[in-house]
Write a protein that binds this ligand. Structure first.
Ligand code: BEZ
Ligand code: FE
Length: 291
């Protein structure tokens, strides 16, 4: 039947979507159509603005390659990744460590390292860091055999896949918790860094006069069969960008206790102790955002 009015187009599209045999598909796309059409009505979207949106989406695709995921970055900058993360995971109550967004830089197959090993695979500036972690279940019992995948940016502000000066897999490693649920490693104190600004997400941040620096952090992905995979980040409490993270990843429970030993001497070292709590549930690895 021909579309007779502006209202009728929404109903016609919803009827078409409902033909899907996949109920979840119909639910998701149906809701998308309702909200998208409502957005277009509310803003009275112009034809030029729709053309801009096509170009913006095309540029997200064009900016994406094996070492950069612009779609993930755009979702992160809109707070969508953090919202999905908070809706599907604990909020940092005693029974589950708060989750934080995966971000666009996690890679599969980081090297498996012995407890105590260093994440450094090429010369990397920065204050030495000792990170000591422990993993417990929601009753406080240590969990042995948790694979703890760690990644961080170099203090020059780049992940190794963005930086020809760093060795392959520099500042990435996978540890395994011991019988007491503990792991530890050496690295450098993380520093804040700008999110990639070369694509359409960068254009959006500039248009909104937003600053681009993430607060310093270490990323963790904890995986063990029988437990819900825990993806999170731990931040130092003195970072100037805790309140204006461009990707909204900071929640209060993720401020770590970073202390400094031998401050002002050659032996200066930063120490981070952090306890993670995992819940029973499904162990699932995310799809890596980059190769
Ligand atoms: C990150 O922490 O690796 C990250 C998260 C979102 C956007 C860019 C970087
Ligand atoms: Fe990061």
């Amino acid at each position: 039947m021909p579309i007779e009015s502006e209202r009728a187009v929404t109903q016609a599209v919803l009827r078409a979507v409902e033909q899907s045999a996949d109920a979840r598909h119909a639910e998701l796309v149906g809701a998308l159509v309702r909200h998208l059409h409502e957005f277009i009505r509310e803003t009275r979207l112009s034809e030029q603005e729709l053309e801009f949106a096509f170009d913006f989406l095309n540029r997200i695709g064009q900016a994406t390659n094996d070492s950069h995921n612009e779609a993930a970055l755009f979702s992160d900058a809109l707070g969508a990744s953090t919202l999905v993360c908070l809706l599907n995971n604990g909020d940092g109550a005693a029974t589950e460590t708060a989750s934080a967004l995966l971000g666009p830089f996690w890679r599969l197959n980081a090297p498996e390292l012995e407890n105590g090993a260093s994440l450094l695979r090429s010369p990397t500036p920065g204050t030495p860091l000792l990170m000591r972690g422990s993993v417990q279940d929601d009753t406080g019992k240590p969990i042995a055999g948790v694979r703890v995948d760690v990644w961080q940016a170099s203090p020059v502000g780049l992940y190794e896949n963005q930086d020809a000066e760093q060795a392959e897999m520099n500042l990435r490693g996978v540890f395994s918790t011991d019988a007491d649920g503990r792991f530890h490693f050496e690295s450098v104190r993380p520093a804040g860094y700008p999110v990639p600004m070369h694509g359409p997400t960068g254009d959006m941040l500039r248009k909104q006069n937003r600053q681009s620096y993430r607060p310093a952090h270490l990323h963790f992905l904890l995986f063990r069969n029988g437990f819900k995979t825990l993806i999170t980040q731990v931040f130092p409490g003195d970072d100037p960008h805790l309140d204006d993270d461009p990707v909204f990843g900071v929640t209060a429970n993720l401020i770590g206790n970073y202390t400094t030993e031998n401050a002002g001497t050659e032996q200066e070292r930063c120490v981070l102790d952090y306890r993670f709590t995992m819940q029973p549930g499904e162990a699932r690895l995310p799809v890596p955002p980059i190769k």
